[in-house]
Write a protein that binds this ligand. Structure first.
Ligand code: PEP
Ligand code: MG
Length: 591
C-alpha cells in the first residue's frame, strides 16, 4: 500500500480501472493484451552416473556456457552498448565461482546425478543470497539462477526451458525475468513488461530502459493470477498496471502516447540548440558517459561535454585492475573523442553499491557508511596514484597549450564522496605532487557533494577546490537515510524532497561566495522538472544520461530564469516531495 503512494506523474486514467501498483522501472506507456509467463517449475531428475563422467560433463557444460555468455556479451555490446554487455561478462565470472562448483561436486560425490547436483548447488547459493534481504545480492541471485539454467541446458538439452510468446504485441508478465531473457526481448513483440518480483535497480530494469520498453517491477504475486489476453495499460513511469480500462481511457492513453511521441520528436529536432532560458540565462549541459565509444552518441544528443565519467567501470567490467597505461589510453581516447569539449573524470568511487570482487576489500557491516570513495582512495595509494598519473599524462600529452582553462578546460579531475576539509587537503597535495612529477599543466580539481556534511560546509570546502558536482543519488540516500538500492523504499527516495533541495541550495550559496562553479550529475539532473528546480537553485551545469538531454534542454528553453528562481524558493518551503512535485505545472515552468 505504501507503494501506491509514490509520486504520480504523466498519464492518469479518468474512469478508475482496477489497478495493480508496483515500482516504475522503465518509463512510458504501453497498451495491449496481457501475456503471463507461467513460473517454470523445472523438475530436474536425479540420474546418478560414475563420478568421473559426471565431472567431465559438468566441466564441458561450464565451458560451453562460458562461450555462450561471451557471445551474448558481444552481441549485447553491439546492440545495446558496453555497460549492458557488462552484465553478461559479470555472469561469466559467476560460473567460475569455486564455492559453487565445489558444492555441485560434493553433491555428485554423495551419489547424485550431475544435473541434479548442479541445480541443487545453484538453488542453495541463490537462496542464501536472497535470504540476506539485500536487494543487490537478491539481484545476484537472479543472475545466478539465470546462468544455472544455461548450464543445465548444456548438461541435458531436455532441461532447456523455453517461452512461447503470442503472435500479437503483448504486455509480458512474469515472476521475474532473467537478464538474458530481457536482453533477448523483441520490442516489436513485447511492448511492455511487468514482473512480480525484482527491483528498479535490477539488471532486468536496466536492460528494459535501454531497450525503451516501459516496465514495472515488484508488482507482487497478484500479477501472475491475471488472465491471458486481458486488455491493460502499463505505465512504466509510475509503476501501475490498469486492467480492463474503459474505451475512453484507452483512447486517452493512445492520444497521450501520440503526444509524447510528437513531443519527443520535436525535442529531438532541437537537441543541438543550447539550454538557454527565454530571458537569456544559459545552463551548461553534459552527459554522463564512461567510454570513448559512447561519446559520439552523447554529442549527437546535444551534450556540450562530459560532466561525469565514472571510472569504476574500468575495474568492474574486467577481472583485474587496469594498468596505468590502460587507463592512460582510455582517458586519452575520451579527450580525443571530445575534441576539446570539457571532460570531468571522477577518480575511483568504489564501495557502497560499487563492489569490485577482485580488490578483495574487507566486508563491512554498512558499506555505504564505510570505506568508500575518497576514504578508500586515501587508504589505497596503489589505486589512486596510477589513476592520477594516467590522468595527468593524458593532460600533458593531449591538451594543447592554448586550450581554455577554468570551467571550460578540456579535462577536470573530480573526487567522490568528500566529507571533510582534511580529506580534500590530502588529496590536493597528492594531485599536486603527481602533476609536478609528470610535468603536466594545472588541471581543475572538483569535489563531489554527496554527503550532507559537505553540503552544509560547502562555503568552507569551496576555498579548496575549483568546482563542485552534486551527486544527488547519494546526497538523497544520506539525507533521507534511505538505502538507494532498497526497492521497498524507492518511492520515498525522491531527490526532490525539500530537505535535499535545501542542501543543494546551501551548496550553491557556499560555492557562490568563492566563485566556485556548481554542477549536478545525479539522476535528478535528467528529469525536466528537476532540472528546472536545480537551475532555479543556482546550479550552473547539469550532466545526465544522453537520452535525457533533448527533453531537459527543451524544458529549460521554454522557461524563464526569474520564474525558476521563484519556483526553487517555493519548492524549498514545501512540506514534502509530493508537494514539490505538485508544483510541476506547465504554468509554473513555462512549458
Ligand atoms: C550520485 O551519487 O548522484 C552520483 C552521480 O554518483 P553515483 O551514482 O555514481 O554514486
Ligand atoms: Mg555517488
Amino acid at each position: 500500500a505504501a507503494r501506491a503512494a509514490g509520486p504520480v506523474a504523466g498519464w492518469t486514467p479518468s474512469d478508475a480501472p482496477r489497478t495493480l501498483a508496483g515500482l516504475g522501472a522503465s518509463p512510458g506507456l504501453a497498451i495491449g493484451p496481457i501475456h503471463v509467463l507461467a513460473a517454470q517449475d523445472l523438475t530436474v531428475p536425479d540420474e546418478p552416473e560414475p563420478l568421473t563422467s559426471g565431472a567431465d560433463r559438468l566441466h564441458r557444460a561450464l565451458a560451453a556456457t562460458g562461450d555462450q555468455l561471451r557471445a551474448l556479451a558481444d552481441d549485447t555490446e553491439r546492440r545495446l552498448g558496453k555497460a549492458d554487455a557488462g552484465i553478461f561478462r559479470a555472469q561469466g565470472e559467476l560460473i567460475a565461482d569455486t564455492d559453487l562448483i565445489t558444492l555441485a561436486c560434493q553433491g555428485m560425490v554423495e551419489g547424485h546425478g550431475v544435473a541434479f547436483a548442479w541445480n541443487a548447488a545453484v538453488e542453495r547459493m541463490a537462496a542464501r543470497l536472497s535470504a540476506l534481504g539485500n536487494p543487490v545480492l537478491a539481484a545476484r541471485a537472479a543472475d545466478l539462477r539465470d546462468i544455472g539454467r544455461r548450464v543445465l541446458a548444456q548438461i541435458d538439452p531436455a532441461l532447456r526451458g523455453g517461452h512461447d510468446l503470442p503472435d500479437v504485441p503483448c504486455l509480458l508478465i512474469a515472476p521475474d525475468l532473467a537478464p538474458s531473457d530481457t536482453a533477448g526481448l523483441d520490442p516489436a513483440r513485447v511492448i511492455g513488461l511487468a514482473t512480480a518480483q525484482g527491483g528498479p535497480t535490477s539488471h532486468t530494469a536496466i536492460l528494459a530502459r535501454t531497450l525503451g520498453i516501459p516496465a514495472m517491477v515488484a508488482g507482487g504475486a497478484r500479477l501472475l493470477a491475471l488472465e491471458n489476453g486481458t486488455r491493460a495499460i502499463l505505465d512504466g513511469t509510475t509503476g501501475r498496471l490498469y486492467l480492463d480500462p474503459s474505451e475512453s481511457d484507452l483512447a486517452a492513453a493512445g492520444l497521450w502516447q501520440v503526444r509524447q511521441r510528437e513531443r519527443a520528436e520535436a525535442e529531438a529536432r532541437e537537441r543541438a540548440r543550447p539550454a538557454e532560458t527565454r530571458d537569456g540565462h544559459r545552463v551548461a549541459v553534459g552527459a554522463n558517459v564512461n567510454t570513448p565509444e559512447q561519446v559520439p552518441l552523447a554529442l549527437d544528443q546535444g551534450a556540450e561535454g562530459v560532466g561525469l565519467m565514472r571510472t569504476e567501470f574500468l575495474f568492474l567490467e574486467r577481472g583485474d585492475t587496469p594498468s596505468e597505461d590502460d587507463q592512460y589510453e582510455t582517458y586519452s581516447g575520451m579527450l580525443t573523442a571530445l575534441g576539446g569539449r570539457p571532460l570531468i573524470v571522477r577518480t575511483l568511487d568504489i564501495g557502497g553499491d560499487k563492489q569490485v570482487a577482485h580488490l578483495h576489500l574487507p566486508k563491512e557491516e554498512n558499506p555505504f557508511l564505510g570505506v568508500r570513495g575518497a576514504r578508500l582512495l586515501l587508504r589505497r595509494p596503489d589505486l589512486l596514484e596510477p589513476q592520477l598519473r594516467a590522468l595527468y599524462r593524458a593532460a600533458r600529452d593531449r591538451i594543447p597549450a592554448d586550450a581554455p582553462t577554468g570551467k571550460a578546460a578540456p579535462l577536470s579531475i573530480m573526487m567522490p564522496m568528500i566529507t571533510s576539509v582534511p580529506e580534500v587537503l590530502k588529496l590536493r597535495a597528492i594531485c599536486e605532487r603527481i602533476r609536478a612529477e609528470v610535468g603536466a599543466p594545472p588541471v581543475p580539481l572538483g569535489l563531489m557533494i554527496e554527503v550532507p556534511a559537505a553540503a552544509i560546509q560547502a562555503d568552507v570546502l569551496a576555498r579548496h577546490c575549483d568546482f563542485f558536482s552534486i551527486g544527488t543519488n547519494d546526497l538523497t540516500q544520506y539525507a533521507l537515510a534511505i538505502d538507494r538500492q532498497n526497492p521497498e523504499l524507492a518511492p520515498e527516495a525522491d531527490s526532490l524532497h525539500p530537505a535535499v533541495l535545501r542542501l543543494i541550495h546551501m551548496t550553491c550559496e557556499g560555492a557562490a561566495r568563492h566563485g566556485c562553479f556548481v554542477g549536478v550529475c545525479g539522476g535528478i539532473a535528467g528529469d525536466p522538472f528537476g532540472a528546472c528546480l536545480l537551475a532555479g537553485l543556482g546550479v550552473d551545469e547539469l550532466s545526465m544520461t544522453p537520452r535525457d538531454l533533448p527533453g531537459v534542454k527543451a524544458r529549460l528553453r521554454a522557461s524563464d530564469m526569474a520564474e525558476l528562481r521563484a519556483l526553487a524558493v517555493r519548492a524549498c518551503e514545501q512540506e514534502d516531495a509530493a508537494a514539490v512535485r505538485a508544483l510541476d505545472t506547465p504554468i509554473a515552468t513555462g512549458a
